[in-house]
Write a protein that binds this ligand. Sequence first.
Ligand code: ATP
Ligand code: MG
Length: 277
Amino acid sequence: MVSSRMTSEAAIRRFADMVRTGEVAEPYGEPRLGVDLGTANVVLSVVDGENQPVAGAWVHSTVVRDGIVVDWAGATTVLRRLKDDIERRTGHRFTRASVSIPPGISEGDTKVFRNVASAAGLDTDEVVDEPVAAARALGISDGCVIDIGHGTTGVSILSGSRVLLSVDEATGGHHMNLVLAGAYHIGYDVAEVMKKDPTRIHEVMGVIRPTLEKMASIAEAALVGFDVPAVYLVGGSSSFPDAPDVFAQRLGRPVIRPAEPLFVTPLGIPMKELSDD
Ligand SMILES: Nc1ncnc2c1ncn2[C@@H]1O[C@H](COP(=O)(O)OP(=O)(O)OP(=O)(O)O)[C@@H](O)[C@H]1O
Ligand SMILES: [Mg+2]
């Protein structure tokens, strides 16, 4: 059978467009839902039976901090609202979802993620480690996935789609905001906007480069003793044009950052392994 599946890169771009525009694609087979409760963003993703993106929704939210649900009622409300929105746009009612968790969190904290989904009317299909989800969206099963989000830098080494080692340290986009706010004597929210302003990228890089270098050194320490085939950079804080170079220099090997790095992990959450035909 000739497959018309998009490449991983094209699917990630398509999914990012869907999240931003609200556009929906016709699913091939039964659609599946994924839930990513992040520190800065809650993202819902829908893929079809061929792992192709169908729909997405997101909202900025502070219900989770560094992988822990800190506002249970808020998390439930946000999730239910996004689910309703997705259901309205796709015309499909979801009663199940796959839910991602940062690798290495406790059984108890994992249960909280499941409970939030349950309170929003969703039974948990699968609990997926975030780097495993990222690897699915990237179409890889081996290598190193570095996820720089808002709260933390996560470095995971995968072999045969399993996480061999994972470290998660508290350095993320939040810390970049603090450094920018201090350097320019501006408020935290103003710093967040400035950080993402493409017209100020050179000024911003001058100030946040040491934070990116700190993240790269976290990855360097985690990689000691591992010979990985490739290193992938994902998460919203890897959006800076120079981010792959900063990591490549420190790690002494090429670093691949897909377009739209913020949407890689969410897209992979509901994906299932497919045969190659
Ligand atoms: N264009 C951009 N340039 C720089 N930073 C960006 C850009 N877009 C998003 N970010 C930053 O990415 C971060 C959010 O990324 P992401 O959604 O991957 O984090 P998260 O999953 O919510 O957090 P965590 O993984 O730590 O729980 C925020 O700090 C945000 O400011
Ligand atoms: Mg994240």
